[in-house]
Write a protein that binds this ligand. Sequence first.
Ligand code: SF4
Ligand code: SF4
Length: 385
Amino acid sequence: MATRVNPEFIDDLDRFGAEDVKMCYQCGDCSTVCPHADEIFKFPRKSMRLLQMGLESKIETTLEPWLCYYCGQCSEQCPREADPGETMMSLRRWLISRYDFTGIARLFFRSRIAEIAAIIIIALITGAFLLYYGFTGGNIGIYDGEGAFLPSGFIHRFDLTVGGILLIFLVINAFRMWNFTMLKNTSLKVPWWLYITEIWQFPWHFFTQKRYAECEQKHEHPVYMPWLLHLGLMLGYVTMLVLVMVFVEALQSGPEIIWEVHIFGYLASAGLLAGTIYFIRNRLRKNYIQYKKSHGTDWVFVILLTIIVLTGIAQHVLHRTGVYEWANYLYVIHLMAVVPWLLRMPFCKWSHLLYRPLAMYFAAIRREAVRRQETILNNYPVFVK
Ligand code: SF4
Ligand code: SF4
């Protein structure tokens, strides 16, 4: 298959955040210090080279950008200030836009106005729909049970619909990622059964984010702070998702607190709040190399998340203290932030929650395939070699 060269590729990637790729003179120092590069996945120098050569079709088949956890060591080491760490981050944004078949991710990464406009439109549609439903069938002064403004049964169906749409996009995108990185990448023959024997890698990396903890950068932070907060955020998302998809009836009932359900909501809220404060603080202070440059989409993400967490907490307090009318209004505002935030996921950086553990799984398959190939070659008679 012919390799497509795009001489404009570096300039295109500029819009995704990589500004200094041209500075790289291929010394290789970055790959030497990278804690995650190995014999099979050599980065970030190789990625910088492919970029400089404009080998777009080659880059879309690579897993390397997903194996980078943006510890920033390579950028600190680079003698040319080519910022390879940020380049890997930008490549992840670009890959997200390649896996997305709709073109929405590309539009959002390249135009903040388009992204904010889409969020506002979805938020307004959500708000108008919920207010219409509430005022035609319920009473704004009732939060739960008979005559409720937003009854839990309706919210459950609403959540499942939004979750279903999200799932459809994610499954299609994950399939496209597999197609690009495993099917189109024909440099290695991969036995099909490795997909079964290595399947544990996906949940393992999803739930532990283990490789993040291996970043050398941890010595700068007490108790592996970035990894812990990242883990807290991820567990917060998952817990909240399970609560609203499965336990929404218990969540909405009250004003009594059902501790066996609500305790998970409190823990998830605390994790999300701590993670959000930490990331906003670091992005404002630019105190670590990972936070020196923020793409517009990073800010949209944290601002929406902050609104969601704060309105969620305030609405919960108002409900428990009997201020039902304002609790209902705040619930509408809360959902006006939740819906665009969730629907935005397949088109933004947040989708790394799916792509990174998938990449770990695919990388493990490729490593095992290489190991088997080498074993077979080493066992061949010398004259055949
Ligand atoms: S990015 Fe920097 S450290 Fe890496 S190869 Fe290029 S010049 Fe060297
Ligand atoms: S940011 Fe860290 S993990 Fe990513 S390529 Fe650079 S050294 Fe490796």
